[in-house]
Design a protein around this ligand. Sequence first.
Ligand code: PLP
Length: 293
Amino acid sequence: DGVIWLDGELVPWRDAKVHVLTHTLHYGMGVFEGVRAYHTESHGTAIFRLQEHTDRWCRSAHIMRMDMPYGKDILNEAQKLVVRENNLEEAYLRPMAFLGSEGMGLRADKLKTHVMVAAWEWPSYMSPEAREQGIKIRTSSYTRHHVNISMCKAKANGNYINSMLALREAIECGCEEALLLDNEGYVAEGSGENFFMVRDGIIYTPELTSCLDGITRNTIFQLAAEAGYTIKEKRITRDEVYVADEAFFTGTAAEVLPIREHDGRVIGAGRRGPITTVLQGMYFDAVKGVGNK
Ligand code: PLP
């Protein structure tokens, strides 16, 4: 049931299909977003940081040399429309631009860029316990490799193979998430989250050289400034994480997710730390609040 926005039209969910020769299915050249709509009694339903997501989506397309066939206003409207037409109060949205089935080969110069937006109900990525108690993570044997590093500003389909392998590996080892390092061995990010740690009252996060320019990450920068905390971007080694006072992940799906254990070492007091608690609270207020328009 429901509708999906596909190339400018709302089509029934079951008819929103692609051909098996869809180029993106074969070579992975496509760009997407993960967006969320939140609902409160006072503000109704609103998409959090819609413009920022649309901007990043278009930047990703530009990096990948894909011609986005619609302007940002239409892309914004499409996302709002999909939430409204599906009668969703809270939703996860998946916008994507992909190359069609008009021809194969790596030149891809005759191909059309197709655009779709789907949305569905997806209340929480992690359990309430995980949000409160924190999760166990481990360093991944998969790295943010060269392509990811040069293309990390793009949320591109092909970049997620390592993320998937890393997450599966972490789950097989009894953890909830993976921490990927960059080619030089410094902390990059989670499979789909940015990483932060706290030491002696200062918040640290990796520079944008090996991680996605996360919209939640940006929001945390704003909230930390509001709360009077100092945030520093720097290269982080895995042993610095072991002796951190607090650590947490951020992402549209994961929101603000405390980390209580890394590679078998307890982080800080082994539960959500005080600064994480403040920022998590501020984040939930922001997604549900007046700033969310
Ligand atoms: N890093 C990666 C690899 C991601 O896929 C995501 C998810 O979108 C993030 C970080 C967090 O980004 P955002 O806060 O914009 O959702």
